[in-house]
Design a binder for this molecule. Structure first.
Ligand SMILES: Nc1ncnc2c1ncn2[C@@H]1O[C@H](COP(=O)(O)OP(=O)(O)OP(=O)(O)O)[C@@H](O)[C@H]1O
Ligand SMILES: [Mg+2]
Length: 384
């Protein structure tokens, strides 16, 4: 393999934070027009390696070559100039602006008086979308569009800046299945145009569907780089977790009821909207209850109803045998329920706030002016 075929080459990259090594002597390269999966367990160093490539962090040691030539990537600007584009997990768009404005926010076509030329931006955005073979209205305000369109806008933005390499970090995390499939087809088309993609995903089926090669990091070290045709899913999982996973595809039912006693939560004949129909179950202390169903079968809606986001039409919810009304998330929290939603980035967290602020969010409006209020204990959950 000729080095010049590599659009990106990262050699012996090391990086530490506050003296703690996070990347140790990592090699990583990407060829023109390839999808290169980057895998590894939580904290293995994937995002850190990519942030170095994007100029967010600087490596302590090692070098980066772009198109076979050493490149100094000391800022996001340097990375963009070198053709590195990022499709952010937490989208970097301005919701109140149109798609076209977002795409050209950083590099807007200027009109005669040096003013932003809206029509030129819309026209250029149309061209980019038509090259991508996707249908997005450049004049639409971003806030009115769904996640999949935000992502397409992010991709268009990177392409409009002439990105040759696109970094995608868990891009399907908040997409529905058909949207993911549309993204995969777009990735295929980008590949054919010679664009390279670094694809970070924990989903094995996606990696096999898309990637030409995979690189696995473990504890900040490069473990292996191989064509997907040469590795089995078992080898990848073993590489990521560092040990053999036995009997991956066999499931054993628990052979005894571990928890008995009175139910902690009981749902009786719950109906809510078109999807939650006559749902009943009981949950005993210490239970983990699996809730399975196909897309659209009402799993999310059931969770939303129990948490007081959606209104129940009929049915009963009992906590420790006592009937409760869960008419709002506040009531549900007071009753001792917590919801970790499907799309945590969009529904669970305020990303621009600190961890501490996020933790305090459910308590807002309660800690002030109420001297009797002490701790975030479930208020209305009857004691055992
Ligand atoms: N800015 C930082 N300051 C200190 N430590 C950091 C910083 N960024 C990352 N780390 C640490 O570096 C290690 C690698 O983190 P990184 O985010 O690169 O992992 P990852 O492979 O992307 O994990 P995940 O799959 O969870 O996204 C972790 O131990 C993390 O805590
Ligand atoms: Mg990461």
């Amino acid at each position: 393999m000729n080095t010049a075929d590599n659009v990106v080459e990262m050699r012996s990259i090391s990086k530490g934070f506050n003296g703690v090594p996070v990347l140790k002597d990592v090699d990583f390269d990407v060829r023109k027009g390839e999808v290169h999966a980057l895998a590894g367990g939580n904290g293995a160093g994937k995002s850190t390696l990519m942030k170095i490539l994007q100029g967010v962090y600087q490596a302590d040691a090692g070098e980066i070559l772009i198109g076979g030539k050493p490149a100094a990537i000391n800022s996001i600007h340097d990375a963009k100039a070198a053709g590195i584009g990022m499709v952010f997990q937490e989208f970097s768009l301005v919701p109140s602006l149109t798609v076209a404005k977002n795409i050209f926010l950083a590099a807007e076509p200027l009109g005669t008086a040096g003013l932003i030329d809206d029509r030129a931006a819309v026209r250029r955005a149309r061209e980019v979308f038509s090259e991508m073979e996707v249908d997005v209205d450049p004049r639409a305000e971003v806030s009115r569009l769904g996640t999949a369109y935000w992502q397409l806008t992010e991709i268009a933005k990177a392409l409009a800046q002439n990105a040759q390499v696109l970094i995608m970090d868990e891009p399907t995390a908040s997409l529905a299945r058909h949207e993911s499939e549309a993204l995969f087809e777009l990735i295929d088309r980008l590949k054919q145009r010679g664009i390279s993609i670094i694809y970070i995903s924990h989903r094995m089926d996606e990696v096999y569907r898309l990637a030409d090669r995979i690189t696995i990091l473990r504890d900040g070290r490069h473990l292996l780089t191989a064509p997907l045709t040469d590795v089995t899913p078992e080898q990848i999982v073993e590489g990521i977790v560092g040990k053999k996973i036995e009997g991956q595809l066999s499931y054993r039912a628990r052979d005894h009821a571990v928890h008995d006693g009175a139910p902690l939560l009981e749902v009786r004949g719950l109906n809510a909207g078109p999807r939650v129909r006559d749902v009943s179950f009981a949950l005993r202390p210490g239970d983990i209850l699996g809730l399975a169903g196909l897309m659209g079968s009402g799993r999310t809606e059931l969770a939303r109803t129990l948490f007081g986001i959606d209104k129940a039409d009929s049915g009963e919810v009992l906590l420790r045998g006592k009937k409760v009304t869960l008419g709002s998330p506040q009531q549900a929290i007071d009753a001792g329920l917590a919801l970790i939603p499907e799309d945590r980035r969009a529904q669970g967290l305020v990303l621009e706030h600190s961890v501490q602020d996020n933790l305090l969010l459910p308590l807002l409006g309660r800690s002030s002016g109420d001297p009797s209020w002490t701790a975030p204990r479930a208020k209305n959950c009857p004691p055992p």
